[in-house]
Design a protein around this ligand. Structure first.
Ligand code: SAM
Length: 403
């Protein structure tokens, strides 16, 4: 592979914003990719994938390069050089790369690869917590799996098409896909591509959604005529799936504390041909109170550390702090206590996270069941999905029944 100056410089700018300005990796990459209209898909792919790669391996590469934050441009070029050397890419004779110690980089890599927190490029506190929570063996496998780049998985919008029809339409658009056993509405892209540019996406025939995430809506076991509440709906990834399973019948109420996310949900719902969904902004506790014992089915896809989705958000490894874990655990407790009141007697609730930490998952559910608010509930089924076992994102879901 030959390195092109403008692509490498664009990558360095992206890294500067992410590492030094604390900007989000996805938003930064999106912005940088708009800088030059002449870039083709391979150029864009290089910038996006290299940036993500270096974000993912930041601790390891910075240690090998011997640089510390805040990173100067020279530091970032050194980190970039480590990335290139470890991938066997020969460095061009630009002044930024002069004197790169290729043999030393390889030697340091071998030495640091023996220590998990460097090899997997994770903060000390997260490494200790993961090992304590999951046990050494599972954590070692899990963090390695969470450091792999996520594949592109689509969820077929069954309100508008079928899986085989979509597969054919995508193939006509040069997007080859394959089905995944055990995931009835999923298609895996054989080769990474920008699916959002496809007319099939614009026509609402699919959404991009990880296979593990596609298990959550069916886990709620909804029937078409149900009154369903998705209480932490965000921009509606799972609401759209719920609406499709409901076959546009019954009623789906999507709630969130951020009206901007609900606006995006409405836009996506229009594209998806969803007609049974209403959004409501939670601007006070009254919104929840008014819905007391109304829901046949309630989904609590609560805010969490996102430790199960590090494959797609590698910068979360650096943004996440122990204090955030404590705070989010409190938020989850409050949501479970207050929002569970919306479930009818005889109704069902699913509590879900994209975290692999027990503290946010089964511990929360057990504590809820033993509390006053959880008195009338019993646990019907729970499922922990690990990236190292399933090959998809890490997820947790528990289905509880109200007596
Ligand atoms: C894991 S995300 C939900 C993702 C969404 N269900 C999806 O599938 O795309 C959690 C959501 O909870 C929302 N949230 C945070 N605190 C909340 C609260 N107290 N009540 C309701 N929603 C809340 C966040 O804004 C965020 O959209």
């Amino acid at each position: 592979m030959r390195l092109h100056k403008n692509l490498v410089f664009a990558t360095i700018s992206a890294l500067e914003d992410i590492f030094n300005q604390g900007q989000l990796a996805d938003k930064t990459v999106e912005r940088v990719l708009k800088q030059d209209k002449r870039w083709g898909s391979r150029d864009r792919g290089f910038i996006a994938e290299t940036t993500y790669d270096i974000v993912r391996w930041k601790r390891l590469y910075a240690k090998i390069a011997g640089v510390r934050p805040p990173y100067s441009r020279e530091d970032l070029f050194r980190v970039f050089a480590v990335w290139a050397v470890l991938r066997g890419i020969s460095l061009p004779d630009w002044k930024q790369f002069s004197g790169t110690p290729v043999r030393r980089i390889k030697g340091k890599f071998d030495e640091l690869s023996r220590i998990r927190k460097y090899r997997e490029s994770i903060p000390d506190w997260l490494d200790s917590l993961g090992a304590k929570t999951l046990g050494e063996e599972l954590w070692t496998a899990e963090i390695a799996a969470l450091n792999q780049q996520a594949e592109v998985i689509l969820r077929v919008n069954t309100l508008k098409t079928t899986r085989s029809e979509l597969q054919q339409l995508l193939a006509a658009d040069k997007l080859e896909t394959e089905t995944i056993k055990g995931y009835p509405n999923a298609l895996r892209l054989k080769k990474r591509a920008n699916v959002f540019a496809s007319p099939t996406f614009k026509a609402g025939l699919f959404e991009v959604q990880d296979a593990a995430s596609q298990l959550v809506a069916p886990f709620l076991q909804i029937s078409p005529g149900d009154f369903v509440i998705d209480a932490c709906a965000g921009a509606g990834g799972k609401s759209l799936h719920l609406a499709a399973l409901m076959e546009n019948k019954g009623q789906l109420l999507a709630l969130d504390i951020y009206p901007g996310k609900l606006k995006e949900l409405k836009r996506r719902a229009r594209r998806n041909g969803v007609h049974n969904t209403e959004t409501r902004h939670i601007d006070s506790q009254k919104v929840i109170k008014k819905l007391t014992q109304r829901a046949d089915k309630l989904l609590l896809d609560v805010p969490c550390t996102g430790t199960g989705v590090l494959r797609r958000n590698p910068d979360a490894k650096w943004k996440l702090q122990p204090e955030f874990l404590d705070r989010v655990i409190q938020t989850q407790k409050t949501i479970l206590r207050d929002y569970s009141k919306m479930v009818k007697k005889g109704g069902t609730m699913v509590y879900a996270t994209c975290s692999i930490l027990r503290q946010e998952n089964s511990d929360q559910v057990q504590e809820f069941l033993q509390s006053d608010a959880g008195e009338e509930f019993s646990l019907e089924e729970e499922q922990s999905i690990f990236a190292s076992e399933a090959g998809f994102d890490g997820f947790y879901m528990a289905r509880l029944k109200r007596k």
